[in-house]
Design a protein around this ligand. Structure first.
Ligand SMILES: NC(=O)c1ccc[n+]([C@@H]2O[C@H](COP(=O)([O-])OP(=O)(O)OC[C@H]3O[C@@H](n4cnc5c(N)ncnc54)[C@H](OP(=O)(O)O)[C@@H]3O)[C@@H](O)[C@H]2O)c1
Length: 278
């Protein structure tokens, strides 16, 4: 992986940090993205020190703010000559309805729309760097999701679970639609379920309390290193160099939910997302 530049969102914690560590140990140039300078620098220093890789950088971006995503992408493009792998890993679960800086429901805004915009902003650089790869971290929870076009932002009725599963289904639909649109470019895009992983996922960032449902499952969860395995596989393995538009779990291609293959929903969501991010 030497000479490969890899950008990982949400890499100050959990699966993203473990992904950064594994790829840094393979010699890649890692750009860790965090919204918090302090947490980001602590993680960057740890990854660089343990992997003995001096090419581990930190950049700041709040994925809940479209202007910040545009600023970040611009800075990335002026700082780095290429981008070999983009890993859209950041994600959040919250029971409380919150909004992004642009007024989108928070989980839809961060887990999907922010990373949709980030990918669009970096697409020309990814094409110039081809062969290159985009990896979207979704969840098997996408199969409980529905794209609620009549109340996409859950203004009328909010449920944390419905918002999360909608955002993760959106990520799968986006993966498949982008793959169709990237045909012939040698830029691949795949998505994955990392497993049930013991991280800070579902921990309320304000009061530090874990979500009750997630806490109950913690004894059965795998560790972050095991949770990063499929992301690392998709970022590095020659086995998947020509594979695009697929869903993976445990490093194997799997079928995603029936609704994730709906071409009309994928195209409608794409067009809507272009409109919302313009
Ligand atoms: N853990 C699981 O069992 C599981 C299962 C299926 C899918 N996933 C998915 O795996 C991915 C990684 O989650 P994880 O388990 O590693 O959880 P985590 O430890 O909570 O990590 C999530 C990362 O996303 C970042 N993030 C959240 N909101 C952000 C924002 N507005 N701007 C920028 N970064 C933001 C977090 O930053 P802060 O530290 O600043 O909050 C953190 O670095 C997520 O997409 C999650 O949905 C996890």
């Amino acid at each position: 992986m030497e000479n490969k530049i890899i950008l990982i969102t949400g890499s100050n914690s959990g699966i993203g940090k473990a992904t950064a560590m594994a790829l840094a140990e393979m010699g890649a140039h890692i750009v860790m993205v965090s919204r918090d300078p302090e947490k980001g620098e602590i993680a960057r220093e740890e990854v660089s020190r343990i992997s003995r890789n001096i090419n581990v950088d930190l950049m700041l971006c709040n994925l809940a703010d479209m202007a910040d995503i545009r600023r970040f992408a611009g800075e990335f493009i002026s700082r780095y000559p290429r981008l070999d792998v983009l890993i859209n890993n950041a994600g959040i679960y919250t029971n409380n309805r919150m909004e992004t800086a642009d007024g989108f429901e928070y989980q839809f805004g961060v887990n999907y729309l922010g990373q949709f915009l980030l990918t669009q902003q970096l697409l020309d650089l990814l094409k110039k760097s081809a062969p290159s790869r985009i990896i979207n971290v979704t969840s098997m929870a996408h199969s409980y999701g529905k794209i609620n076009f009549t109340d996409l932002q859950q203004n009328i009725k909010y449920s944390g679970l419905a918002a999360y599963t909608q955002s993760k289904l959106a990520m799968v639909l986006f993966t498949y639609e982008l793959s169709r649109r990237l045909s012939g470019t040698r830029v691949t895009v795949n998505c994955l379920h990392p497993g049930f992983v013991a991280t800070r996922f579902g921990v309320d960032r304000k009061n530090n309390k874990p979500n009750r449902f997630i806490r109950l499952g913690q004894p059965f969860a795998i560790n972050a290193e095991a949770g990063a395995a499929t992301s690392v596989y998709l970022a590095t393995s020659p086995e998947v160099e020509n594979i695009s538009g697929k869903y993976f779990s445990k490093r194997k291609e799997k079928a995603s939910s029936r609704s994730s293959y709906d071409l009309a929903v994928a195209e409608r969501l794409w067009n809507l997302s272009i409109g919302l991010t313009s």
